[in-house]
Design a protein. Structure first.
Length: 251
């Protein structure tokens, strides 16, 4: 509490209110569907859905899992495994900017309600859409991931659209990224091209999707496999993510 609220006395009630607002309130904390799925999967729960905020059971099960790891039970997660890395598409990034713009509008409305006489005010007198439009314009105009599309020819256009980056907001910094992050991982098989990556400081941080790779609803990369039944390769094609792939023998 002293680190989050320097200068304020650490009163027990204030600490509890801050903790509840940070992790248990749906207004300020969102675990998202992907986060809930990953938490339940890591804690070996059968169901993959649940509340979008942390619960007391989540914290207790996490502590139990950490104690088991300390005692030699279970396996430590591989941070470079594609089951622990997902693609955040432009829609998700734009949604975050839109949410930031809405929070600015909310603050402005609260300030106007506190200052002006509220009797004769109409909704259009309180709201102003400029913070939202400026946030979206800033995202598409000056974001680290915003680029002009390569339109030299149709092939270069498709290649540019299928390029993924580990840089940008919430990502890595090229100055601090080590060799392990840039290296080829076994889970890249069929999902990320091990050859097509730029030379120089961005090597291994900017990659391209493999030919038949695609994204699933959670943002994880999938690749097609032909199903084997009775020791014969069938024509049935199944798309598997890196998480699902670990359950089967592949060749």
């Amino acid at each position: 509490y002293r680190m989050l609220r320097p200068g304020e006395p650490p009163i027990e009630d204030a600490v509890e209110v801050l903790f509840q607002r940070l992790f248990y309130s749906e207004d300020t904390y969102d675990l998202s569907r992907v986060g809930r799925m990953k938490v339940n999967s890591r804690l070996n729960r059968p169901e993959m859905e649940g509340p979008m905020v942390l619960s007391s059971e989540d914290i207790l099960d996490t502590i139990k899992s950490l104690v088991d790891l300390r005692n030699g039970k279970g396996e430590v997660d591989d941070i470079d495994h594609l089951g622990n890395r997902r693609v955040r598409c432009v829609g998700e990034l734009a949604e975050n900017q839109f949410r930031a713009g809405l929070s600015r509008v909310e603050r402005a409305v609260k300030e106007r309600l506190g200052q002006a006489e509220t009797e004769n005010l109409m909704p259009h007198d309180l709201t102003n859409s400029k913070p939202i439009s400026s946030a979206i314009r800033e995202f598409f105009g000056s974001s680290q991931l915003s680029q002009f599309m390569d339109q030299t020819n149709p092939l270069s256009e498709i290649t540019h659209k299928r390029r993924i980056s580990a840089l940008g907001p919430g990502g890595l910094m090229r100055e601090r990224a080590g060799f392990e992050v840039r290296d080829v991982h076994p889970t890249h098989y069929g999902r990320v091209c091990p050859i097509e990556t730029p030379e120089g400081p961005n090597i291994g941080l900017i990659n391209s999707l493999a030919l038949f790779a695609r994204l699933n609803e959670h943002g994880f990369l999938e690749t097609p496999y032909r199903k084997v039944s009775n020791s014969k390769v069938s024509d049935e094609v199944v798309y598997l993510s890196a998480i699902e792939e670990a359950k089967y023998v592949i060749a």
